[in-house]
Design a protein around this ligand. Sequence first.
Ligand code: ADP
Ligand code: ASP
Ligand code: MG
Length: 412
Amino acid sequence: MPLIVQKYGGTSVANPDRIANVANRVMKGVMDGNKMVVVLSAMSGETDRLIRLARELSEPPDPRELDVLLATGEQVTVSLFSMFLRSQGVDATSLLGHQACIYTDRAYGRARIIGIDTGRIKELLKKGRVVTVAGFQGVDEGGNITTLGRGGSDTTAVAIAAALKADLCEIYTDVDGVYTTDPRVCEKARLLDRIAYDEMLEMASLGAKVLEIRSVGFAKQYRVPLQVRSTFSNHPGTLVCMEDEEMEAIPVSGVAFSRNEARVSITRMPDRPGIAVRFFQPVAAANIVVDLIIQNTSVDGLADITFTVPKADLPKTLEIVRGVAQEVGAGEVLSDESIAKVSIVGVGMRNNAGVASRMFKALAGAGINIMMISTSEIKISCVIEDKFTELAVRVLHDAFNLENPPPKRAKF
Ligand code: ADP
Ligand code: ASP
Ligand code: MG
């Protein structure tokens, strides 16, 4: 009997009617002879509401207690969903993260799954139950409730699929699958029928929130067949899978963007060994992830350094960096929150020359100034002014002709 893990996002379970709609899909899966594990998110807007509520009483909220609070969002949907299935004569049992034995480390708010004991889920499946698991949450070894970070229900679903060796993991959302770029920003965005794990990893890490990055990492590591599709249509969606020659022939497969970063510049730093580490070591020790870094050395033995960090970490970063700047006798510390990062992604970039210059030409043609550039084997990112984000996405989409499917190659 095939085993399918399905995950439904916040908009898919936003109200009782939609919960019933999801239940009908799941019942069809059962009728078709599948064993089903269903992972649910909180109703859309609920996690944000809970965060606001916490902040009204305490800023910043205590991380342990915040996770206890946030985990309630998913508790509501799994219980309502299982209740409805039972009323329809389908035997369903809901499990919270700790009941499903999803073990994590203790990094509240961004915990990592370190293992899943699938015994209880398997026992329930054996009894013919539909098992409904609360997404986004787990438990640490001290028995504390943890959450996995925003969008974390995707990770719950893929991790369970990997642990159960499921035949398929389906991520149901509010668009038909993975597009060449966010269809809400570019109306010419084209639905992809397949995308390589590595491309999806880059797209997710560069801002495409259709899949949470860790979920893609798990899917790649454990070769979980991952299908992204819509709760509101019957379109088969997008398969996230291993890359093949056809994918490698296309230089660019997608455009991603992120408005979550801020830029920090330190001017006139002494240009000698050991200075960069003085700045970046305490930043790393504060668990702040630095993204792009640029250093310019001038003739007078001084250097300027510019880097980006998540916007939420800017105040802490400035506090650290200003302290070090004073100690080492650097000039000013400046920051800018009105930036965005646009990126092009494609496994085919590895063997196609001229991709970067095509990107820079397209941005220049639209009068968009590039502030920082970063490249890896399969992506190029540019930091630009925030107000140009949508324009940049559209211009790049056009420049790489992403609207049109690539021509089919003859097979030999
Ligand atoms: P869910 O609540 O179902 O987890 P999310 O809001 O987290 O849904 O993710 C789906 C959203 O991701 C879409 O509504 C879309 O706006 C956005 N998105 C960004 N980039 C892409 C892309 N390349 N393809 C599809 N959707 C994308
Ligand atoms: N409810 C959580 C969030 O809004 C997790 C998820 O939906 O995946 O981020
Ligand atoms: Mg999501």
